[in-house]
Design a protein around this ligand. Structure first.
Ligand code: AMP
Ligand code: MG
Length: 344
């Protein structure tokens, strides 16, 4: 089950108008690609849009190779098979690892990239799902500790049994890399959707904000609402994105709680994070999902440099004060605005 793509309502309706105008500055280039095990769409407006999108596409494939957990020759493959020895990796890998390790610390271990062996035991890496025995999980959790990963310059070292996976952060980092290329090509208006991670550059060509859909976790083919953003990443982690149903009828999803090694079940079914940096928003969406409602609110109150929309298992919508003004509901549900100075 692939990650459900968040609906993006971009400037599609502008395209005939832009073509009709015909000046070079109005060029729009769009590309659909499949990479990192998900569908992606890139759309850029501007004189150099075609070259920007082509370069961005090549960069995505490059990062896919660098971060691949199934390719033994990739940076991650080498780290995972190093048997405890130091490995020299690319600047990209260093940067993603730093973001992930910082989030591991800020979330009290909720984001944990060294959970890979536990994810594999559940079958989330292959699709061959199973419910591992408690003692199997307990044993695998012993090697899941991001604080044992060291990064010094371009050298990474992990304990022998540790294996990492950047699934919670890599797409956000890739989105940032794409936006950097867009800026180098002087693109002032772009929107990309990397398997549900939406990132925007500037505003729509007509100057208005981008409208990004937020999926209803209880009915993933429909929207809960939309947010209006400029120059922002809108990144969601949800329990509907990848899951299986056990013989007992219970739903088991792909975001695990490092404390238990089981699907994180701390009161939230989806978390959308809105902020300036894709890698951070991606790391945050996964971390906050694991942290659960109260700790997610505390995390936001302590950090403050992002906005969030939480959906609780009980069907309540919680959103931080600044994004509330830019949110348009598509579904009626109880909603509460969270303030920076309130008790969670
Ligand atoms: P996301 O969709 O960004 O929330 O990332 C979810 C993916 O991150 C999963 O499919 C796993 O590959 C991986 N993952 C699951 N649980 C965790 C966790 N607690 N910390 C870090 N990565 C995780
Ligand atoms: Mg994430």
């Amino acid at each position: 089950m692939r990650k459900t793509i968040v609906t993006v309502m971009s400037g599609i309706c502008l395209m005939p108008l832009l073509t009709a105008c015909g000046t070079q500055d109005d060029t729009v280039k769009s590309a659909d690609i499949f990479a990192m095990d998900t569908y992606m769409n890139l759309k850029a407006y501007g004189r150099d849009a075609e070259a920007a999108v082509a370069e961005a596409e090549a960069r995505i494939y490059e990062l896919e190779q660098t971060f691949s957990v199934t390719n033994d020759a990739s940076d991650i493959g080498q780290i995972n098979h190093a048997g405890g020895q130091p490995v020299t990796v690319s600047d990209d890998t260093v940067s993603v690892l730093q973001t992930a390790m910082q989030m591991n610390s800020e979330s009290n271990g909720a984001l944990c990239i060294s959970l890979y062996p536990v994810l594999r035991a559940w079958g989330f890496t292959t699709g061959e799902y199973r419910i591992p025995a408690k003692n199997e999980i307990a044993e695998l959790l012993q090697s899941s500790d991001d604080t044992k990963i060291t990064v010094s310059g371009q050298t990474v070292q992990c304990p022998e049994e540790t294996e990492i996976d950047l699934g919670a952060v890599a797409k956000g980092y890739t989105g940032d890399a794409v936006m950097k290329i867009m800026q180098e090509h002087k693109i002032s208006s772009a929107i990309i959707n990397l398997g549900g991670n939406v990132q925007t550059l500037g505003s729509k060509p007509d100057g208005s904000a981008w409208t990004v859909g937020v999926t209803d976790p209880f009915a993933p083919d429909t929207l809960l609402g939309t947010v209006s953003v400029t120059d922002k990443a809108v990144i969601t982690s949800g329990n509907y994105e990848r899951y299986f149903t056990g013989d007992n009828g219970q739903k088991y999803w792909h975001i695990l709680d490092p404390k238990t090694g089981c699907p994180a079940d701390n009161g939230l079914v989806s978390v959308t994070v809105i902020g300036g940096c894709g890698a951070e928003c991606d790391a945050l969406s996964t971390a906050l999902f694991v942290e659960g409602t109260e700790r997610a609110i505390q995390h936001w109150q302590n950090s403050g440099d992002f906005e969030m929309i939480l959906v609780t298992a009980g069907g309540e919508l919680l959103m931080t004060e600044s994004i509330a003004a830019n949110y348009t509901a598509k579904k009626e549900m109880p909603c509460r605005v969270v303030h920076s100075n309130e008790e969670p």
